[in-house]
Design a protein around this ligand. Structure first.
Ligand SMILES: NC(=O)C1=CN([C@@H]2O[C@H](COP(=O)(O)OP(=O)(O)OC[C@H]3O[C@@H](n4cnc5c(N)ncnc54)[C@H](O)[C@@H]3O)[C@@H](O)[C@H]2O)C=CC1
Length: 280
């Protein structure tokens, strides 16, 4: 099978490629210099030449706060809406299956219940709105697709909350972290495994949610990340730590659908511990 990984140099794309390498699955990986997904002619030409059968679209504009104002607002729209549409249209045109990654920010986070794949969406920031438009484009244009919503991603190859906390701990003995936003952290290895599992096991097409098991607040996450370090961490509210983009208060996604296809998901604490062992 000819596999294409778009966004192969990002946090998730890099882990996915490492895992494909390990499994001996051949693929072609592109970064934004090889293939700009906002350019339809480039995408069309690339697909015409390479003829992928399976496309992992890991490319995205991921600066959630940057997306609130110009020029980030425009880049967010171009990459996450137009770019996603281009990749979906080319995948459909050339008969490929597409795996598109979306976000828990499609929800408003006002529920205290877990969100399922059937829960109504109501994004509260520009990034969430663009990613939802990306989801809608994929499901409208395509017949063979997986949309996988994930949240709070951390892994070896990116800028993420775990690295931020570990780095801050080198220079600070006291930190404050938001304690009124709850979600599910996701290790890129768990997510990459599911992305490969979907392909290998030909699970039914459609929308899935995937993160690690168990939920926490950012404060609880930080406490676990720094549990071996001598750093005092105090909880604060979102109001005390203002950010440009609104974040959902409770964006805990139900994982039952992914588990119902036989995929086993470890807890975020186990994932974090494995990750810290890996990078040390
Ligand atoms: N990082 C997180 O916490 C979360 C990420 N996600 C989603 O997971 C997916 C992977 O995210 P990350 O790997 O963390 O992001 P990342 O920012 O590390 O990687 C994104 C990649 O997209 C590429 N890219 C950007 N514009 C492009 C363009 N015009 N053409 C081609 N490539 C382009 C970048 O070069 C980069 O390699 C994305 O769809 C993101 O929306 C969802 C929820 C949370």
């Amino acid at each position: 099978m000819k596999v294409l990984v778009i966004g192969a140099s990002g946090q998730l794309g890099s882990e996915l490629c490492r895992m494909l390498d390990k499994k001996g699955i051949e693929y072609l990986g592109t970064n934004s210099k090889d293939l700009d997904i906002t350019d339809w002619n480039a995408v069309n030409q690339y697909f015409k030449e390479y003829r992928p059968q399976l496309v992992y679209n890991c490319a995205a504009y991921t600066n959630v706060d940057g997306a609130e104002d110009t020029p980030g607002k425009i880049a967010n729209y171009k990459v996450n809406v137009i770019g996603t549409k281009n990749v979906a249209a080319a995948s459909e045109k050339f008969g490929a299956t597409l795996i598109y990654i979306s976000t828990d920010y499609v929800f408003d986070g006002n529920n205290s219940e877990m969100y399922t794949e059937k829960s109504p969406t109501n994004p509260q920031n520009e990034y969430g709105r663009a990613k939802l438009a990306g989801e809608q484009a994929v499901s409208k244009i395509m017949s063979k697709y997986y949309i996988i919503r994930t949240s709070w991603v951390f892994g070896e190859y990116g800028k993420n909350f775990v690295y931020t906390m570990l780095n801050l701990a080198k220079t600070h003995d006291h930190l404050t972290v938001v304690n009124d936003q709850k979600g599910r952290p996701t290790w890129t290895k768990t997510l990459s495994e599911f992305m490969i599992y979907a392909m290998e096991n030909e699970i039914p097409y459609g929308l899935y949610q995937l993160s690690n098991e168990e939920s926490c607040t950012w404060y609880e996450f930080a406490k676990e990340i720094l549990k071996e370090q001598n750093v005092k961490i105090d909880p604060v509210t979102s109001d005390e730590f203002p950010q440009r983009a609104y974040r959902p208060k409770h964006s805990v996604m139900d994982l039952a659908k992914a588990e119902s296809v036989g995929f086993e998901i470890i807890s975020w604490k186990e994932a974090l511990s494995n990750f810290i062992n890996d990078v040390n």
